[in-house]
Design a protein around this ligand. Structure first.
Ligand SMILES: *Cc1c(COP(=O)(O)O)cnc(C)c1O
Length: 379
């Protein structure tokens, strides 16, 4: 592994730099936590390597800030987290399978049970070991993704013995339309979740993702469960973003070239220039998460200056329009912002017809990754 100094000495090793501002990230987590009450907990969803930004650096920073509940999707992610934040409560959304129950138990990971079968597996192991086993229960309130049905919840209410040996930490559910404050779905799911809590009143309750936190106190329950907003994604797309920007992606100019009118740039000769054009060819492509859908639509920045994408995004390269810039303003070795202050992940996502979540998780492994800040111990 190279360090930052090595990068400065050898920028030529990488096509670009991905920096993650851990201070901004921790500030975002605190801002979300403050929207709840003191008695309430605030966890963090760190699945998919903390939304692509590096769980190994991000989780310890959140831990130092006071975060104790971490959510991942897979057992494998949970096992990795065990090493990174050994004393944290690690919740695994996919829940338990017969072949992996012992690994959950051995590592003290908390499965989120989504089916009655998963509950039965857990109860069986608790009986076998003669001790209650920690877990969560997810109930589906309308997203129709993971979780017990309302009918299952009623069944459990009638047949409480089925929960024997389960030490239920949280009963959870997940919102489908939380980013749309006007959606009637939000209140429908809230009412259903309240009924879930009457049927399954054990443990604590967790309901709100990032956007859900901004739907109001009714949605908060005992534990907030944000992901995206921690990483700077706007939880209320219709309003100015209250979150600080966490990620910056700078791409290195590999070569500058002049293109004559009538010539084309890139695969498929999809872009034909009409006037003399100077192109900066930068070392980032769709393999680095600059989606091919950004072809002809994306925008990078050199300082405050926008540079439009010319032609198709290829695997490792993108052509940017630097016509009119003086040779010393942009040359081989210059760094341009593919994601930066002027083009945050949400804007890049708009240009690619997707969401900021996908932009972050797609960033890939080829960047020189730098995590700055996040060292202060200040719970
Ligand atoms: C990913 C996830 C979250 C976090 O959602 P964000 O919109 O990123 O805040 C919360 N709950 C569940 C079940 C999830 O899968």
């Amino acid at each position: 592994m190279m360090n930052e100094q090595d990068y400065r000495d050898h920028p030529g090793r990488y096509g670009g730099v991905l920096s993650v501002d851990l201070d901004a990230l921790v500030a975002n987590w605190r801002l979300l936590r403050q929207r709840g009450t003191d008695a309430m907990g605030c966890g963090a969803c760190v699945k998919a390597d903390a939304y692509g930004l590096g769980a190994a650096q991000i989780c310890p920073a959140l831990w130092r800030a006071g975060c104790r509940e971490f959510f991942v999707a897979t057992l494998e992610e949970g096992l990795a987290l065990r090493e990174i934040v050994p004393d944290a409560n690690v919740h695994v959304f996919y829940g338990v399978t017969p072949d992996c129950a012992n690994e959950f138990i051995k590592s003290g990971l908390i499965p989120v049970h989504n089916t009655l079968d998963q509950i039965d597996i857990w109860s069986h192991h608790a009986g076998r070991l003669g001790q209650p086993l920690p877990c969560d229960i997810q109930v589906d309130t309308g997203l129709n993704r993971l979780g017990l049905s309302m009918l299952d919840a009623e069944l459990l209410n009638d047949d409480n013995g089925r929960l024997k040996g389960l030490d239920v930490g949280y009963v959870i559910s997940h919102l489908a339309c939380a980013d749309d404050i006007d959606s009637p779905m939000n209140n429908e799911q809230l009412q259903r979740f309240r009924r879930v809590r009457r049927l399954l009143p054990m443990g604590k309750a967790s309901f709100a993702n990032s956007s859900g936190i901004f739907l109001g106190a009714d949605y908060h329950f005992d534990l907030l469960r944000p992901g995206a907003a921690i990483y700077g994604i706007n939880p209320r797309p219709e309003m100015p973003n209250p979150m600080a920007q966490v990620v910056r992606v700078q791409s290195r100019v590999i070569q500058i070239r002049d293109v004559e009118p009538g010539q084309s740039i890139g695969y498929g000769a999809a872009h034909v220039v009409e006037t003399p054009t100077r192109a900066a060819i930068v070392g980032t492509g769709y393999a680095d998460g600059m989606l091919r859908a950004l072809s002809g639509r994306g925008r990078a920045y050199l300082g405050d200056r926008p540079l439009t994408f010319l032609g198709r995004v290829s695997m490792d390269l993108i052509a940017l329009d630097v016509t009119g810039l003086a040779p010393d303003q942009c040359r081989a070795g210059s760094l341009v912002d593919m994601i930066g202050p002027h083009n945050p992940p949400d804007l890049v996502a708009d240009a690619a017809d997707t969401i900021g979540y996908e932009i972050l998780t797609a960033l890939g492994s080829r960047y020189r990754r730098v995590h700055v800040g996040g060292t202060a111990f200040d719970p």
